[in-house]
Design a protein around this ligand. Structure first.
Ligand SMILES: [Fe+2]
Ligand SMILES: [Fe+2]
Length: 345
């Protein structure tokens, strides 16, 4: 069948706009669901995209049954207020022991490697160097997708190992498993959201596959040896995630990413974060994702402060007095780098 005639979208640099007579289901996966019944954005073929132009259809297939419309988001996301997502700041937890230093060193090494792989440099560095690594919308998406594909691993590994331990020892887990698996789910939602905006090619998919193969196994073994160090490692990783998303937000606010100025957030994101009317643009999406990363930063640094064998998870604990400095599920800015054990246990 012939492809529909395509034209470059006038407000985009990396997308092709075309009418879609091939399959009406595609409109359900469109960025513009409910906003336009006439058009859909397809990723344009290029270095980032070596797969078929219509592969968005395969990544997010429509319902396969006439009776089933969609699947529900069962793991509900807490509703963030505008003040909460705006209050997120870059923060760093000072290292206090050798295992903290090891975790931080490892994160810095991984960051160095990822920066080189995705053509990225921190803006705080040498201005001349930063000028040579100007970020475009496409480069940001490559970085987001790569990072999010890795970020979904630790929570799942930690949750899985604690789940198996609970069964093996026939003991309660004290609420850690839920938080860890929910974190992994949340990171996967970040990935799926960015996948709605991009179409990674075969090279990118191989990179993700290789990274997952290595990282999953390394984290699995590390979590068996020292779960505390692993949570600290994730806490430092999330510090870097907040820095990266803050950089992207500043670039968008400075109008350096013109094709994202008025880009609506994918419907998946609007539904998942319950983004309010008038706050459903790309900028809002990045603010929501950054708030999630800030929450992971706080949660993992807090978990890294606890006794891994005996302490309950303060994020699922029910306290006697129900008041005071108790962690919540909101992107609370009070403790950006975690709660100390004596504050929560
Ligand atoms: Fe994430
Ligand atoms: Fe995260």
């Amino acid at each position: 069948m012939m492809r529909p005639k395509s034209v470059i979208c006038p407000v985009q640099t990396g997308w092709v706009r075309s009418s879609c007579p091939l399959n009406p289901h595609l409109h359900r996966t469109s960025l513009h669901k409910g906003r336009s019944s006439q058009s859909i954005f397809y990723p344009r073929r290029g270095a980032f995209s070596t797969s078929a132009t219509l592969s968005l259809k395969q990544q997010f297939p429509p319902a396969t049954s006439n009776r089933i419309k969609d699947t529900a988001i069962v793991w509900k996301h807490p509703i963030y207020t505008e003040e909460e997502i705006q209050a997120v700041t870059v923060a760093h937890r000072e290292t206090k022991c050798r295992s903290d230093k090891f975790a931080l060193g490892l994160v810095r090494l991984l960051r160095w490697c990822t920066d080189r792989a995705t053509g990225y440099r921190n803006p705080e560095g040498d201005k001349k160097i930063a000028d040579n690594f100007v970020m475009t919308e496409k480069k940001w998406l490559i970085r987001f997708i790569f990072l999010e594909s890795v970020a979904g691993v630790p929570g799942m590994v930690g949750g899985m190992l604690r789940h198996l331990k609970s069964i093996r020892q026939m003991k309660r887990d004290q609420g850690w498993i839920e938080s860890l698996i929910e974190e992994a789910y949340n990171e996967r939602m970040h990935l799926l959201t960015f996948m709605k905006l991009a179409d990674p090619g075969i090279f990118m998919r191989l990179m993700v596959l290789a990274a997952q193969g290595v990282f999953f196994n390394a984290f699995f073994v590390s979590y068996l040896i020292s779960p505390r160090t692993c949570h600290r490692f994730v806490g430092y990783l999330e510090e870097e995630a907040v820095i990266t998303y803050t950089h992207a937000i500043h670039e968008l606010q400075a109008r350096k990413l013109p094709s994202w100025d008025n880009l609506p957030a994918p419907d998946l994101a609007v539904k998942y974060w319950k983004m309010p009317e008038g706050k459903q643009k790309m900028l809002d999406l990045l603010l929501y994702v950054r708030a999630d990363e800030a929450k992971h930063r706080e949660v993992n640094h807090t978990l890294g402060n606890l006794d891994q064998q005996t302490d309950p998870n303060p994020y699922t604990a029910l306290y006697h007095d129900g008041k005071g400095a108790i962690p919540s599920s909101s992107p609370d800015a009070r403790k950006p780098v975690g709660w100390e054990r004596e504050e929560v246990i």
